[in-house]
Design a protein. Structure first.
Length: 146
């Protein structure tokens, strides 16, 4: 299982998340996006509809009757009603349930750096877990630093 830590230093989540979601969906995968706050989930829902004038990312809020048909679900809980094997932790909060997925994308900014470091250290040496730490350079491009 792969855990990618994404340290947001130049671009906000709203600019980065759609690109990750596009890649997952284009590869035939499904995605669960998790955020604890209801207003944050509403903002993410709107973002995926409006982030680009040329396209949108098909998705739904978890808990609906068609969860299993959604390529992307946005929810509070780590329950992939769409069968997703990829999870985005969009609120900067690490959840150990992410280890039940094939790949986890953990986004955090300076406000959550202490918690992210604790999660990074907590995953060190865990069998079957590959960790990657990505940080944005001054141009907003991702550089792998660990």
């Amino acid at each position: 299982m792969q855990v990618d830590f994404y340290h947001l230093t130049q671009l906000p989540l709203e600019r980065v998340l759609p690109r990750i979601a596009e890649r997952v969906v284009e590869s035939g995968g499904r995605l669960l996006i998790v955020a604890g706050d209801a207003s944050e989930r509403t903002k993410l829902d709107q973002l995926l509809w409006t982030y680009s004038a040329e396209s949108f990312l098909p998705h739904g809020q978890a808990g609906g009757p068609d969860d299993d048909r959604q390529p992307i679900l946005i929810g509070e809980a780590m329950e992939a009603g769409n069968g997703a094997r990829n999870v985005v932790l969009a609120d900067g909060v690490w959840r150990d349930d992410a280890l039940g997925f094939e790949r986890a994308f953990h986004f955090f900014d300076e406000d959550k750096i202490v918690e992210a470091r604790l999660a990074w250290k907590g995953l060190a040496g865990r069998e079957g877990v590959e960790r990657n730490y990505w940080k944005q350079n001054e141009q907003g491009r991702w550089e792998k630093v660990a």
